[in-house]
Design a protein around this ligand. Structure first.
Ligand code: NAD
Ligand SMILES: C[C@H]1O[C@H](OP(=O)(O)OP(=O)(O)OC[C@H]2O[C@@H](n3ccc(=O)[nH]c3=O)[C@H](O)[C@@H]2O)[C@H](O)[C@@H](O)C1=O
Length: 334
């Protein structure tokens, strides 16, 4: 059987998780002339399975590989560098990370080593394959986070200093700096996207939105860290995927983009909003459905980003928080 040739070969890492699986679902079918390879070690967020990718596994332009990027540099070199003429992967979109702040308080060394090594191994392969094939056009899109700016309260544009406060965000800020060193030293085309909080179907319930919804359906009080007075902005995963596609396809490579909607909401107000959508027209007493528990070791008060740059690419959020939350709740109600 003749080998099907595709226009482009794209590696998506961490694609079995929350955001990555929505990204793949959207792009694998939208770009049938591109081939997508997903590498993921499969952790707890997908129940150690590819369940979020089931709609893709039979498609001719999709392939899944179970590997741990932090531990398998030699495998990555074989895939990306030594066998470039066979695999021809010139595009990398990197979601892979332990994404939980709470886990980074419990096991900081694991989160730091996993997040830094997985992306550093990818960057090293990207550097080597670019050096070996200078005539080829390469593209690397790294998904960072607004947490790298810390919570100094000043509105951060993409040139702002990085002042992370927890081991997770410090691992992500470290990667942004390592990426910058690769761009300065080897002129590599690596773009970075820094989203604010993302929510939507499939998100693992150690994050506030799915945790609150699950607790209500289980008849248990929603656990609110500290006083609940921390502020976050919430972006629907489908809105983020559209922004990622715009950056990925932009001819202006190597840029940093903040992606957010600027609508800050208090944690306790978010939980109240979820309760109202859950109880619908029934009267409820918020105090009966929440419990205030011990706060994080350090809980960023807010992240304030300016997002004009992504707007210049024509992006703006479309899904209102109420609508996105309502859809998640009604999906769970069945
Ligand atoms: N969820 C958010 O609110 C949010 C906001 C801003 C940025 N981000 C960033 O977006 C990316 C995706 O976030 P998410 O919420 O989808 O995360 P997630 O935890 O749902 O999924 C992450 C995926 O990466 C995989 N992974 C982790 N380490 C790996 C390794 N060493 N090798 C191979 N696979 C590995 C996991 O198995 C998992 O499938 C992360 O880089 C995160 O830092 C997330
Ligand atoms: C941009 C980052 O967003 C996510 O990190 P963050 O810690 O902001 O998200 P969480 O949903 O874990 O927490 C948000 C907010 O709610 C509090 N909280 C959380 C869970 C719970 O059960 N009760 C709570 O009160 C928590 O203390 C926070 O103040 C994302 O996880 C990350 O990858 C990002 O990059």
């Amino acid at each position: 059987m003749t080998e099907t040739l595709f226009e482009r070969y794209v590696l998506v890492t961490g694609g079995a998780g929350f955001i990555g699986s929505h990204f793949l679902e959207y792009l694998v079918t939208k770009y049938p002339n591109y081939h997508f390879t997903c590498i993921d070690k499969l952790n707890y967020v997908s129940s150690y399975s590819t369940k979020f990718l089931d709609s893709l596994t039979s498609l001719p332009n999709f392939k899944f590989i179970k590997r741990d990027l932090a531990l398998e540099l030699e495998f990555l070199k074989q895939l990306l560098v030594f066998n470039f003429n066979t695999n021809r992967i010139t595009e990398v979109i990197n979601f892979a990370a332990e994404s939980s702040v709470d886990i980074s308080f419990d096991d900081p060394l694991y989160v730091i080593s996993n997040n830094i090594l997985s992306t550093a191994n990818l960057l090293e392969c990207f550097r080597l394959v670019k050096l070996a094939n200078p005539e080829e056009t390469f593209n690397f899109l790294h998904v960072s986070t607004d947490e790298v700016y810390g919570d100094e309260g000043i509105q951060s544009d993409e040139s702002a200093s990085l002042r992370p406060t927890n081991p997770y965000s410090a691992s992500k800020a470290s990667l942004d700096m390592i990426i910058n060193s690769y761009k300065c030293s080897w002129k590599l085309p690596i773009s970075i996207v820094r989203p604010n909080n993302v929510y939507g179907p499939r998100q693992y319930p150690n994050k506030l939105v799915p945790a609150a919804i699950n607790r209500l359906f289980s008849g248990k009080p929603v656990r609110i860290h500290g006083s609940g007075s921390n502020l976050r902005c919430y972006l629907h995963v489908h809105d983020l995927v559209r922004a990622l596609e715009l950056v990925w396809k932009s001819p202006n490579k190597g840029q940093v983009f903040n992606v957010g909607n600027g609508d800050e909401i208090l944690n306790v107000a978010l939980v109240e909003k979820i309760c109202k959508l859950y109880f619908k027209d029934e009267p409820f007493e918020l105090q009966k459905h929440v419990e205030f528990v011990e706060d994080r070791k350090y809980n960023d008060m807010r992240y304030s980003m300016s997002c004009e740059k992504i707007g210049e690419l024509g992006w703006s959020p479309r899904i209102r928080l109420e609508d996105g939350l309502s859809e998640m709740i009604e999906m769970q109600r069945g």
